[in-house]
Design a protein around this ligand. Structure first.
Ligand code: 5GP
Ligand code: MN
Length: 344
């Protein structure tokens, strides 16, 4: 952990040293494998040590993250607002995982900001904002899950890692690295994976749980998007997919169905920038992926109120789908030079 002062670790250790505290863990809205895996992994460790832990997800999370051996219930704030608020109110400590600005918690933003007890942040995205009392922000990590493993050891709770927590943390690393295909330049990632494997986790079962757990409708939606909705700009090394609300309805959309779609165009030779726009209620949700040195987090921050990592970022904008596509097409030429220079 390069960025984290050892004093912060010592303070977090002290904060968690007395057992039987009520702890709430919050991942970001529309949580992905890293957010859920980090939350479950840390919750299992803290529970094993003797704390009472609840996970509150701001919004629903996909079925492909509902197979964990941990029987832990994840409260979904958008569905169980009152219970979630009560649990948050009664908790002594709040831990935010896999996001670094309060607005990424969606409707829980205000509750997080006004939360009066100690707040801990554990995250690996660049440009953290200062809304927690103890910030562990490490951009050199592949995933928050990998970071949680190191934090757990650093605060002396390594002995409470079990197969259930190892499985959840492995899932976070697996999904945030696209099955170890990006963000894995640091040997620590594989060292942590090797440690996690010692708990006897079934990596093939996890692979199937995450990647072979979709509905036929989702596969058809993917086929439809690639066949009918993908626009390639070869001279700009860019591809764009857009999906309207009606199209989602036509394919019986469920949370998580479009996860990963944005990665497919990057497998076209010479494409370095891939974008997907998805129409949601009143907003367009954007996801960006890139190869090499093309910073999609800067693109997301500058034009789509978003952020993320260099090669994987997202954002949102209050325009219609057609207006968003027009805006994107108008923005692209200014990036032509950078896109052509990008080495892969
Ligand atoms: P995804 O495209 O899978 O939703 O997200 C990719 C990356 O971008 C993740 O690291 C995620 O945290 C970040 N990201 C996605 N949406 C937003 C957003 O609206 N705001 C910010 N700041 N980051 C986002
Ligand atoms: Mn992550």
């Amino acid at each position: 952990m390069k960025n984290t002062d050892i004093q912060i670790i010592a303070q977090v250790k002290k904060l968690l040293a007395e057992t039987s505290r009520n702890i709430s863990i919050i991942p970001h809205e529309n949580p992905d494998g890293d957010a859920i895996g980090s939350a479950i992994g840390f919750a299992e460790v803290l529970t094993g040590f003797g704390h009472h832990v609840n996970i509150i997800s701001p919004t629903e999370y996909p079925d492909f993250l509902k197979w964990f051996s941990s029987e832990r219930k994840i409260l979904v704030y958008s569905k169980e607002k009152r219970i979630a608020e009560e649990i948050l109110r009664q908790s002594d400590i709040l831990i935010c995982v896999d996001f670094n600005e309060a607005k990424r918690a969606g409707k829980l933003e205000k509750s997080i900001l006004k939360y009066a007890n100690p707040k801990i942040l554990i995250d690996h995205h660049p440009y953290p904002s200062d809304f927690c009392d103890y910030t562990i922000s490490e951009t050199g990590y592949s995933s928050t899950a990998e970071l949680i493993f190191d934090v757990v050891k650093a605060i002396g709770l390594g002995g409470f890692i079990t197969k259930k927590s190892a499985e959840a943390l492995y899932t976070g690393i697996l999904t945030d690295t696209g099955s170890f295909s990006h963000g894995t330049s640091n040997p620590n990632t594989f060292q942590v994976v090797s440690e996690l494997m010692k708990f006897g986790i079934a990596v093939e079962k996890i692979q199937s749980g995450v990647y072979h757990n979709f509905s036929a409708d989702r596969m058809k939606l993917l086929g439809y998007c690639l066949n009918n909705k993908m626009v390639v700009y070869p001279e700009l090394r860019t591809a764009l997919i857009s999906i309207s609300k009606q199209e989602l309805l036509d394919f019986n959309f469920k949370t998580g169905d479009t996860e990963g779609f944005v990665n497919f165009p990057l497998s076209i030779a010479n494409i370095v920038f891939s974008t997907i726009f998805i129409e949601k209620d009143g907003i367009i949700k954007a996801s960006f992926r890139s190869k090499g040195n093309f910073h999609v987090n800067h693109f997301a921050r500058d034009h789509f109120n978003g952020g993320g990592h260099r090669n994987a970022a997202g954002g949102e904008i209050k325009l219609t789908l057609d207006e968003t596509i027009d805006k994107f097409a108008q923005l692209l030429p200014a990036y032509k030079h950078q896109l052509l220079e990008t080495e892969i």
